[in-house]
Design a binder for this molecule. Structure first.
Ligand SMILES: [Zn+2]
Length: 183
């Protein structure tokens, strides 16, 4: 959420300091007299809402692992949805990448169909998952580049030496691990 606030006089230095801990100044128009300030409150609100954890039902977690194992040696991918930060539904997608053993790519058609199913169920996109069949469950450089949904949790499943599921927030180039809780 971007909030716009108008000020008709310069903000005292002390007040500017107070803005910093909870809001991130992303854009300042005019120096000296601050006529319009836009700051992004997402991060502050998320911190208060404790988004360092994501809940997922046991059946979805098992379904992700099944999809990962069935697709081996190719990577698999899909979307996760639910309400109130609880993932209750899985939407497996076809991996249409040229090299599906090291990359994943979902077609726009599949993404649109999955998004429609979520909307019809009154759910939100909460997660994106894919496999690392032979590498650790940590975002690769291309995973970071392709992380188009900063609001979603990125689940990565590694299969070797054993099945491991981890979740991350990826915003820009920042990667932050998130705790997965059983719902
Ligand atoms: Zn990856």
């Amino acid at each position: 959420m971007i909030l716009s606030v108008g000020f008709d006089k310069p903000i005292p230095a002390a007040d500017r300091m107070q803005l910093k801990p909870t809001t991130r100044l992303t854009r300042r128009v005019k120096t000296g007299v601050l006529s319009v300030v836009q700051f992004n409150c997402d991060r502050a609100m998320e911190t208060q809402a404790n988004v360092r954890t994501i809940s997922i039902t046991q059946s979805v977690r098992l379904a992700i692992e099944d999809h990962a194992l069935e697709s081996r040696p190719a990577e698999c991918c899909g979307l996760l949805s639910g309400r109130d930060s609880i993932i209750t539904d899985i939407h497996p997608l076809r991996n249409d990448a040229d090299e599906p053993e090291t990359k994943y790519f979902a077609t726009p058609e599949d993404l649109i169909a999955a998004t429609r199913r979520m909307r019809e169920a009154g759910q939100s996109l909460l997660g994106v998952y894919h496999t690392h069949p032979r590498t650790p469950a940590y975002p690769s450089a291309s995973d970071v580049e392709m992380a188009f949904y900063p609001e979603a949790f990125y689940f990565i499943i590694s299969l070797e030496p054993s099945v491991e599921v981890r979740a991350f927030k990826i915003e820009g180039s920042k990667i932050e691990e998130v705790e997965i809780q059983p719902a």
